[in-house]
Design a protein around this ligand. Structure first.
Ligand code: SF4
Length: 318
């Protein structure tokens, strides 16, 4: 049984005052096994962060969430909020959210963030500080100094390390990291990526790493899922997917990614524009930009097709 299994997950953001409804997820299927390091990659607006928020039950009405999210076999979308918080949040699954640099409370010292989180889960202050020491050392910060600092006294890289330590502090089985390096300089980015790798390798935590940058995927993950306009279009072992992409979107994304070792002339921008969130596309979501589009693509949504341990959503492989 997968540790996390997402089935036919739909999310619709509704703005009742304006009579607008935006489909952010359109039937996502995804399995994550214990010990996996999975990268979820796609352009902005593809639904990566929405997927993370839906898994963590962080989307509230009027947003509509349908489908199932099985964590360790339990459909967490069916639990009360209190039960989910008590059984799963932080202690089984945690998140380093996007723009997390702003998610520390500026009026609280670092130590109080740890104590607050621990108190909710019935962990006493002494144990909370012992664990905070351990995790801050793991993320290569000096606990004696950092625990007494306020967020404004930390650099961007230090804040990100504190947030990773907080996410790991109650020893969760799964941690989701949503673009944890996007606001950092390249040197700090590399240090954080090494840390992410070490969380998976040394602490044996299952890591889901969300990024728009496919070039960093080999540094942090052994599996990859590619998202486009609210669906997973291809998933499988990272090396196979990057070396031999099956879905035309995956191929286009790789060809559009700059590399330091190759000529800039090699880069091919993806034709067309990402779809507007208000646009309804029938059939395959990628057909307006796909170089291999066929008649069937414009009318029929492709199914998930299994090919040698990979899953691809494209009529070319039927
Ligand atoms: Fe292209 Fe058709 Fe495959 Fe969609 S289903 S990616 S339009 S070939």
């Amino acid at each position: 049984m997968p540790l996390l299994s997402v089935r036919d997950l739909h999310v619709e953001y509704r703005i009742p005052d304006m009579g607008i409804s935006i489909k952010a997820l359109r039937g996502v299927n995804l399995d994550v096994e214990e010990g996996d390091s999975l990268a979820i990659v796609g352009e902005s607006g593809s639904g990566k962060s929405t997927l993370a928020l839906a898994i963590l039950r962080m989307l509230k009405p009027p947003t509509v969430v349908k489908g199932s999210v099985l964590i360790n076999g339990v459909d967490v979308l069916k639990l009360s909020e209190d039960e989910f918080n008590r059984r799963f949040r932080w202690s089984f699954i945690s998140i380093v959210p996007q723009a997390s640099q702003n998610s520390l409370n500026p009026t609280m010292r670092v130590r109080d963030h740890f104590i607050d989180t621990a108190r909710y889960h019935g962990v006493d202050e002494h144990e909370a500080l012992r664990r905070a020491f351990e995790m801050l050392e793991f993320v290569k910060l000096n606990p004696v100094r950092v625990l007494n600092l306020y967020p404004h006294q930390l650099s961007g890289g230090m804040k990100q390390r504190v947030l990773i330590a907080l996410a790991m502090f109650l020893n969760p089985k799964i941690v989701i990291m949503d673009e944890p390096t996007s606001a950092l300089d390249v040197v700090t980015q590399l240090e954080i990526l090494k840390l992410v790798k070490s969380i998976n390798r040394d602490l044996k935590t299952t890591v889901i790493f969300i990024t728009h940058d496919i070039s960093i995927v080999p540094l942090v993950s052994s599996k990859v899922a590619v998202m486009y306009n609210g669906i997973v279009v291809e998933s499988g072992p990272m090396r196979d997917v990057l070396a031999n992409p099956l879905h035309p979107y995956t191929k286009a994304l790789i060809e559009a990614t700059p590399s330091l070792s190759e000529s800039i002339d090699r880069i091919k921008p993806i034709p067309g524009e990402p779809p507007s969130p208000l646009e309804e596309i029938r059939g395959c979501q990628f057909w307006p930009r796909c170089p291999r589009v066929m008649d069937v693509c414009r009318v029929e949504e492709p199914p998930d097709i299994n090919i040698n341990g990979r899953v691809v959503k494209c009529h070319l492989y039927r």
